[in-house]
Design a protein around this ligand. Structure first.
Ligand SMILES: [Zn+2]
Length: 318
């Protein structure tokens, strides 16, 4: 059959139009992404498909990794206790992981601090029966609009069901599922709401985000964090563990005392380098350009915070 030239033209026109249409469709999400470069969006999106790994640590304590900060889990007849809530988008996979550990319902949730990657799942966990404990500043930041400048993100107030139902000012000891849990406020460190949870019998310490194992940490100056507070918390962590302690970091793989020590040393060395450069009168950009983290980037700079970003975070506090 002969091809009608008119058809050919209109077919070519159709192809051209559809290329434009396709290109338009393809460009749109890219433009949207450029507008929404906040790591908050990136992390929330990643959680939709993230795999959740389950590791039994010691006694009846396990850890779930893969959705936001590491989630500590204590199982037993009093109901499961979780340290941190992960990201809501991971709910099906977090539920599955929790079910794989035991049939106990979730009754208790402790927020290690207010950040979204540790509290995003508060509402659904509360809806299935968990009471939520946290430092009063966690409740305060969740209850109001909170801007985190370094994340380029403004958090709206959390829904009422996501707010902590119990607050603790300093230290508190809980007895649950045959275990003793010591909760301790770090003062200001990564934020002004960080608490550690120590499972004393199992000798396991959950350090909140005062410890990122193998990664530069974020430091949230907008809600009370500082490099010096991070170093104080790292010193306290090193001092309170032994070589046998299992250390759950806020982010990164399960660690131990030598990794906590290495993290503390990295913070101290980079703080000194950045402070010396700032003292010479260098601007923030000049300090970042001088690459004060160069010796550490290969090991610590491969996650959310690279060397340049970390240099800026340290510069702000020295
Ligand atoms: Zn955090």
């Amino acid at each position: 059959m002969k091809t009608n030239p008119i058809h050919r033209i209109s077919r070519r026109h159709f192809i051209t139009s559809s290329v434009v249409a396709t290109t338009g469709v393809c460009l749109m999400p890219r433009r949207l992404r450029a507008d929404a470069e906040s790591p908050v969006i990136t992390i929330r999106n990643a959680a939709k498909t993230a795999k959740i790994s389950v590791t039994k640590l010691r006694g009846n304590v396990s850890v779930l990794e893969g959705s936001g900060g590491n989630i500590g889990v204590l199982t037993g007849n009093d109901g499961k206790l979780l340290v941190d809530a992960g990201i809501t988008a991971s709910r099906p996979r977090i539920s599955e992981a929790l079910d794989s550990l035991s049939g106990d319902p979730v009754k208790h949730l402790i927020n290690s601090h207010w950040h979204f990657d540790h509290t995003d799942g508060n509402e659904w966990l509360h809806s299935i029966g968990a009471e939520i404990s946290a430092h009063p500043n966690t409740r305060k930041h969740l209850a109001t609009t909170t801007r985190v400048e370094d994340w380029n993100f403004t958090f709206p107030p959390a829904p009422p069901g996501a707010l902590p139902t119990k607050t603790l000012d300093d230290g508190q000891t809980l007895h649950l599922n045959g275990a003793t849990l010591a909760l301790k406020f770090y003062q200001t460190a990564h934020t002004d709401s960080d608490i550690s949870v120590e499972f004393t019998d199992a000798d396991i310490l959950h350090c909140a985000d005062t410890f990122w194992n193998g990664h530069y940490p974020f430091i949230d100056y907008s809600t009370g964090g500082s490099i010096d507070g991070m170093i104080r918390a790292a010193e306290a962590n090193v001092a309170r563990v032994t070589d046998k302690t299992i250390v759950i970091p806020g982010h990164g793989p399960i660690g131990n005392k030598s990794q906590l020590t290495e993290f503390r040393d990295m913070l101290v060395t980079i703080r000194e380098k950045v402070a010396a450069l700032k003292k010479q009168g260098k601007s923030r950009d000049e300090v970042v350009g001088a690459k004060p983290t160069a010796d550490y980037d290969a090991k610590w700079g491969g996650y959310v915070i690279n060397g340049d970003f970390f240099s800026k975070l340290v510069y702000a506090g020295v």
